[in-house]
Design a protein around this ligand. Sequence first.
Ligand SMILES: Nc1ncnc2c1ncn2[C@@H]1O[C@H](COP(=O)(O)OP(=O)(O)OP(=O)(O)O)[C@@H](O)[C@H]1O
Ligand SMILES: [Mg+2]
Ligand SMILES: [Zn+2]
Length: 473
Amino acid sequence: MAAGQTERGVPLSTLNPKFLHTNSTSHTWPFSAIAELIDNAYDVNAKQIWIDKTQIKDQECLTFMDNGNGLSYDMMHQMLSFGFSDKKAVNGKHPIGMYGNGFKSGSMRLGQDAIVLSKSKTDLCVGMLSQTYLKKIRAEQITVPIISIKKPEANNVLEEHRASLRDILDHSPFNTQEELLTELQAIESTGSSTGTRIIVWNLRRTFARHMEFDFTTDRYDIRIPSDVLESTTEPDQRPERSDSSIRESDLSLRAYCSILYLKPCMQINIRGQKVETQLISGSLEYIKKCTYMPMFVNEIIPITFGYNKMSKDQYGIMMYYKNRLIKAYHSVGCLRNVNNGIGVIGVIECNFLKPTHNKQDFDYSDEYRNAIRNVATKLEEYCKEIRFKRKKSNPSDNVPVEETEKRLDQNWAQCDECQQWRRLPDGINTEKLPEEWFCYMNPDPQFRSCETKEESEDSDSEQPTNLKTYKIQ
Ligand SMILES: Nc1ncnc2c1ncn2[C@@H]1O[C@H](COP(=O)(O)OP(=O)(O)OP(=O)(O)O)[C@@H](O)[C@H]1O
Ligand SMILES: [Mg+2]
Ligand SMILES: [Zn+2]
């Protein structure tokens, strides 16, 4: 192997193609790989992302298309390299990506090969990260063909990218320059002049040589068959769960995407249909907010508790990091005992903790343990308080809280144009709203325009409260 060198003659480290597979194994659960690609679209301010399954020349493919900022040639090179990430907060929105690895680990977990087509303000670019290609050319190092097209009308590729172009055409599903260009043009169908389209092929198969995803049970979803979930992931490496039960969000990409962001601000479309999302305040009943001041961090962190309106069987702590779900339905404290805290959801955004590489857990640090201990104590107080209050208001009522009928107490709708959330007046049934809803349909004139900034979720009532009222009484 001829090693590259610096000008001073010191060897550069290199990466063997086998590393692509090794690196992808951090995603033990396939949806965590998909989430990496969704996060990347979120980080480049895409308003929408479309996830589809399609067939290109007999090849089953997964495609991810966003209308974000797109990439220049140099950015594409960074995207296909390792450890480069220079994302910064813009207008108060924090990026999720930080390791410079998510695209590589995620895409290579889903399939053997991926091609990225992108349209930025300045460039049209195509890059390929392909294990099949590297094997075929017997590469000893990871090489990534990248081309940029300056003038699409002339379809001319720079002279120095000729070798890359040859390799892309020989080893991707697109065998002519025209086919590549047509694929690039698909980005314009998003209604934006910039965006990125990622196609993954040679999708992973299970030991029985079946596709690891189930595309047929639900035509508008991507599902993991439950036997595949059980056979491909060790029970303790599956998304966190307290008992052996499998939740819908473990098996259905649609269900997972509906809770992936604490405050959804990008529309996710799976196989042509948008994912219905909800704000936490809309999905919980008996909401209580309290706060927690972590060790070593001079910041007050809100924790929201409530009873899950949808299903009492889904309970636990939802732990987010910079708006992104890391641990779902984590069972802490009294939730670990059967028949205790059933139906209770706690929500906390832990920007002070460090997510692990696959973004499905946090590092087990002192800060983490302290946070969990605190949340557990507050959760216990919350459960006691709710029980106490109910007993007091209706002493003869013996129906457990989780069995009572939940009412909708706060309604929010998301605008399909600006993706902002608008509070709806009481009495409006969100289920009866049109499929596509826009700010101008808002009954409240104050928030009837996309130009108007979103109202805070906490603007009325629900100020952080002291949970200990039951003790005082
Ligand atoms: N859909 C996309 N549109 C535009 N740029 C992208 C897209 N996906 C990735 N990139 C660029 O590629 C880089 C590498 O992405 P990758 O997911 O590997 O790392 P990251 O997001 O920076 O960090 P992390 O490993 O935490 O995800 C990003 O920093 C971003 O600049
Ligand atoms: Mg990323
Ligand atoms: Zn709007």
